[in-house]
Design a protein. Structure first.
Length: 349
């Protein structure tokens, strides 16, 4: 009878490479340093991130927190190997929510989980996260890399993001939304980070692969669908500070149909003119290839509008000008009306 092997085991033999994790931390430190801003008190490596609200310029702050992920868009990123953009998506999905409360994003933390750590892939993702933070004016002050063998198939990973922002007491949004307020829509950069389970089904039905030519734009289909979520933080903050903004709605899962009512008081609804903007080609292709009804398109995707500002009528023109000066494409979507829900006029398809 053979004797059992009495040799000692190591964590590495169990599938967890601590040295790779340490190498990743060193690799991403320069990216994190790029995101430093007033209020940051310590770099990566501690047991927690420190932030000084007074040093950030706040007198009587209210903290606002948001968390989100990227959803099944990750599947396309992993399958194509183009993973850097989903880091920007991760930041955008959190910080775009914070500004809807009237808060300035201050700092961000990420959670990266995988079966076996690839330093190159993880570094590409976190470089994207740092880029998103840099563009949003918030600091990447920490995170967690979890190597969990047996939990994820080879090459797969998952992401979660956590953002904290602040505003002075009394500045919370939405506030003052009233009948007649003007709805200003900001253009999206494509599908953003919602509806990808349906996107993937439509692509499967079409018979195309990620490396095939994109039907509506130059480049591959995979690259087009991996266009990162647009970051609205700096233009939206400029509009808020200019005055007259009563609310903002980040158009994510649920589309205009479900997200716009979230910023409207009870008894008020929205009238939206579907002829106010041109439907981007990606949504036309998805609708045609998937046989989507207009209602399904508007409830699943952003349909070309990634953020909506609810504005006082006498300030709408100046707010739109401020947004355009900050690089946004704007359109007047409609107005706040008495009633409930979103009422559409015209047609997108």
């Amino acid at each position: 009878m053979s004797q059992p092997d009495k040799s000692g085991l190591t964590y590495a033999e169990a599938g967890v490479d601590i040295d790779a994790g340490n190498a990743l931390v060193e690799r991403i430190k320069p990216a994190a340093r790029r995101t430093l801003r007033s209020g940051v008190m310590a770099g990566l490596g501690g047991f927690g991130g420190l932030f000084d609200l007074k040093a950030a310029g706040y007198d009587d702050p209210i903290l606002v927190a948001a968390t989100d992920g990227v959803g099944t868009k990750l599947r396309i990123a992993i399958d194509t190997g183009e993973v850097g953009g989903v880091g920007i998506d991760l930041v955008a999905m959190c910080v775009n929510d914070l500004i809807c409360q009237g808060a300035e994003p201050l700092f961000f933390l990420d959670y990266f989980a995988t079966g076996k750590l690839s330093v190159e892939a993880a570094a590409a993702v976190i470089e994207g996260i740092a880029t998103g933070c840099e563009r949003s004016g918030c600091a990447l002050i920490g995170g967690e890399t979890a190597e969990m063998p047996g939990m994820y198939p080879e090459g797969d990973f998952d992401l979660a993001g956590f953002a904290v922002g602040a505003m002075e007491r009394g500045a919370a949004l939405p506030s003052g939304v009233a009948t007649g307020d003007v709805l200003i829509g900001l253009a999206s950069d494509g599908v953003h980070s919602n509806g990808y389970s349906l996107v993937r089904r439509i692509v499967e039905r079409s018979g195309l692969g990620w490396a095939d030519d994109c039907p509506w734009a130059p480049g591959t289909l995979g690259a087009a669908l991996l266009t990162p979520t647009r970051l609205y933080v700096q233009p939206a903050l400029a509009a808020i500070r200019a005055g007259g903004v009563h609310g903002l709605a980040h158009i994510t899962g649920g589309g205009l149909t479900e997200n716009l009512p979230r910023v409207l008081p009870e008894g008020l609804g929205a009238e939206v003119d579907l002829g106010a903007w041109d439907l981007p080609a990606v949504f036309g292709w998805l609708a045609q290839s998937g046989g989507l009804a207009q209602a399904e398109l508007l409830k699943t995707f952003n349909a070309g509008i990634g953020m909506v500002l609810v504005c006082a009528p006498d300030a709408a023109d100046s707010i739109a000008q401020t947004l355009r000066a900050a690089g946004e494409s704007t359109c007047i979507l409609g107005r706040v009306i008495e009633g409930e829900g979103v009422h559409y006029a015209g047609a997108l398809l």
